[in-house]
Ligand binder design. Structure first.
Ligand SMILES: Cc1ncc(C[n+]2csc(CCOP(=O)(O)OP(=O)(O)O)c2C)c(N)n1
Ligand SMILES: [Mg+2]
Length: 337
């Protein structure tokens, strides 16, 4: 097994600590969001990413500023890893006007085109065709300079869009990296109970897409495989498919009593926790000290507290904003039937 030092040959100490900081930020942010939900500061649905941090952080760490990300409704971690400010994310969860969608999107609709962050969508599988569109635009206008990283859950694979998107992305050799976050469940239904073929990446192989399974609890493994996939896309070699094996420690949403799995299963996965794992490796290989990591932990705690203060003190959108940014075609533009 390669050491962190060998695997991360191209990473500086600063970069390794940044991967750690981002994973801790997502973890603390999500824990605080759960607390704020309990205090009714956040309404509607809330889907937490706790346990899956290495996926977002590892994969997004290889993107360039011009690249695009398309995510699903469990997307706070992707937005934070892309550099969306925690204040802005928390404000959106609180429904405040200082949020990225001016408080009218909420948890499932984080969006910021200036970061190349194209949602946040509540529709399972709905992001994949958008990724293909972004990929087509990049190919036609920019010679594949802009790569799209498309995140979706295991359950999205059973949607029609999955097949349509993979087909067109291969046919047109688009610069899209499909990142399937296989966390073992679609709501309360285990993957074993829904898939005829258990290894999801094999489905993508049928479309001629280079596909592989990746350890989603190891941020460096995710980064490594994402790097290869992004390089292929940028070189005009077309899409790749990563089945990233991960696990959510919490329920599907805050409303989920999690009666479909045993606690011992969660405990087993926690033994391979991505933050603990990186921390252990950094310390044992002398790449960081306890003090380095404690300083980052404290910095993150302050940032999350500040995000809550910012969100709490921000105003709700004013009533006159109700119809702002609502798309409605004018009657004369509507197609005649
Ligand atoms: C088209 C569509 N069908 C059904 C739902 C209801 N639904 C919400 S989440 C979910 C499960 C998705 O699981 P997965 O894609 O594995 O993502 P995870 O929650 O595990 O991250 C379903 C079926 C939906 N939002 N959209
Ligand atoms: Mg899932």
């Amino acid at each position: 097994m390669a050491t962190v030092r060998e695997r991360a040959q191209t990473l500086t100490k600063k970069q390794l600590l940044e991967l750690y900081r981002q994973m801790v930020l997502i973890r603390r942010f999500e824990e605080k969001s759960a607390e704020m939900y309990g205090r009714a500061k956040i309404g509607g649905f809330l889907h937490l990413y706790i346990g899956e941090e290495a996926v977002a952080v590892g994969a997004i760490s290889v993107l360039e500023p011009q690249d695009c990300i398309v995510s699903h409704y469990r997307e706070h971690g992707h937005a934070l890893a892309r550099g969306m400010h925690p204040n802005v994310v928390m404000a959106e969860l609180f429904g405040k006007v200082t949020g990225c969608s001016r408080g009218k999107g909420g948890s499932m609709h984080l969006f910021d085109a200036s970061l190349g962050f194209y949602g946040g969508t509540a529709i399972v599988g709905g992001g994949m065709p958008i990724s293909v569109g972004l990929g087509l635009a990049s190919k036609m206008r920019e010679g594949n300079r802009r790569v799209t990283l498309s995140f979706f859950g295991d359950a999205a694979v059973n949607q029609g869009e999955f097949h349509e998107s993979l087909n067109l992305a291969t046919l047109w050799k688009l610069p899209v990296v499909f990142a399937c976050e296989n966390n073992g469940y679609g709501m309360g239904t285990a993957v074993e109970r829904t898939f005829a073929v258990q290894e999801i990446y094999r489905l993508a192989e049928r479309y001629g897409i280079p596909s592989e399974q990746v350890d989603g609890m190891d941020v460096l493994a995710v980064r490594d495989r994402a790097q290869a996939a992004v390089a292929r896309a940028r070189a005009g070699e077309g899409p790749s498919f990563l089945e990233i094996m991960t696990y959510r420690y919490m329920g599907h949403s805050m409303a989920d009593p999690v009666s479909y799995r045993h606690r011992s299963e969660v405990e087993e996965w926690r033994k391979r926790d991505c933050i603990d794992g990186l921390k252990r490796k950094l310390l044992t290989e002398g790449l960081a000290t306890e003090a380095d990591l404690a300083a980052l932990d404290a910095e993150v705690d302050r940032a999350v507290e500040e995000a809550v203060r910012f969100a709490d003190e921000s105003p709700f959108p004013p009533p006159e904003e109700l119809y702002a940014d609502v798309y409605s075609p004018r009657r004369e533009d509507a197609p005649s039937v």
